[in-house]
Write a protein that binds this ligand. Structure first.
Ligand code: UDP
Ligand code: MG
Length: 330
């Protein structure tokens, strides 16, 4: 009897949790009824401060298929998902947003594809309701850019809404990096993957936790995790400006020794100084982005801490990854 785990990161989603519970319960019932498979829903409370905590605890008492992990603070969307995946025990694990933008009913299609033998089933956004023009446009641009500058096949217009089977989930969990761009990491592991188109719904309650600044950081994490292209740009620009400089040198020598012209230097000097200064600062900035991330990685801090859990057979207290390995071994 296969078990299906569904991992849902929750950050300040109080008003939407009741509806999430009802919709998700319906889908869990369908999974159980139609195939007598088992379902487990792991709600990861990513340090909510709006009363989601109490609501989640209450949900866990109403249906024992719903389990809750309370992280010790807000670690961010991608880490919250990782924590949930780590504690999921299913033969398949599906990641879904708490705001019902990912319709839970699509999970039934995922499971169907899994039965057909696919190891990763990801949802492709056919349409996106209720997003600003700016978000739609930047997201579209971003997925196309990242596709061009990486050598991995990261499918366009997909989020983290996807199913992984046990083998793929275990492979994914071996990737311990801190700046996690999950949709890229899952492509990176390979295996048999397939996309399922769906219409992304509007957010029903509350508002997005991805303001522009966080979106930008997320985009930078994606680019720096999967591409060296920004670093290489510095090389290309360097080669081009060195070539220009060589021509410039020849020209100034010619003016000096071959003609009687006096050189009006200020304009050309300013152009060269400002251009090169700008390019250099930009290149240092790019190096800084990579270096900062390298620094974060070498510290090897645990990805997250768990403050409390509800409904698990083994109690995942403590340090996440470290504790789990100990528990599994003993
Ligand atoms: N989320 C989280 N931690 C965060 C930010 C978001 O767990 O620091 C959760 C949030 O509760 C939701 C999912 O991640 O379930 C996606 O977030 P959101 O809906 O704000 O992103 P958007 O859909 O606007 O891209
Ligand atoms: Mg959302």
């Amino acid at each position: 009897m296969p078990r299906h785990s569904i991992v849902i990161p929750v950050f300040n989603e109080r008003d939407g949790l009741e509806e999430l519970f009802l919709r998700m319960k319906e889908v869990a019932d369908q999974i159980v009824d139609s195939s007598s498979d088992d379902a487990e829903i792991i709600l990861v409370n990513d340090g909510s401060k709006d009363g989601s905590l109490e609501k989640l605890d209450e949900i866990a008492t109403r249906d024992n298929r719903f389990k809750v992990l309370h992280l010790s603070r807000n670690f961010g969307h991608q880490v919250a998902i990782t924590a949930g995946l780590e504690w999921a025990s299913g033969d398949t694990v599906t990641v879904m947003d708490a705001d019902l933008q990912d319709p839970p009913e699509v999970i039934l299609e995922f499971i169907q594809k899994w039965r057909e033998g696919f190891e990763v089933v990801y949802a492709v956004r056919r349409s996106r309701a209720g997003e600003t023009k700016f978000k739609l446009w930047t997201a579209k641009l971003f997925y196309r850019i990242i596709r061009r500058i990486t050598q991995f096949d990261i499918p366009v217009d997909t989020g983290d809404f996807r199913l992984m089977d046990r083998r793929a989930a275990d492979a994914f969990l071996k990737l311990r990096e801190r700046h996690r761009f999950i949709r890229g990491l899952v492509s990176w592991i390979g295996y048999k993957q397939v996309g399922v188109p769906y219409d992304r719904a509007e957010r029903k309650h509350g508002q997005t936790h991805y303001p522009f600044k966080k979106m930008l950081k997320f985009a930078l994490d994606g680019v720096t995790s999967f591409s060296m292209f920004p670093l290489q740009i510095a090389t290309y620009v360097g080669v081009a400006s060195a070539a220009c400089a060589f021509l410039g040198i020849l020209y100034t020598l010619y003016l000096k020794f071959g003609t009687e012209k006096t050189i009006h230097g200020w304009t050309s000097l300013m152009i060269v100084v400002l251009f090169l200064g700008g390019v250099q600062l930009l290149a240092i900035g790019v190096i800084g982005e990579y270096l900062g991330r390298v620094f974060d990685e070498v510290r090897r801090r645990p990805l997250y801490f768990i403050s409390r859990s509800v409904g698990f057979d083994q109690s995942p207290v403590g340090y996440g990854e470290v504790t789990r390995q100990v528990l599994v071994r003993s």
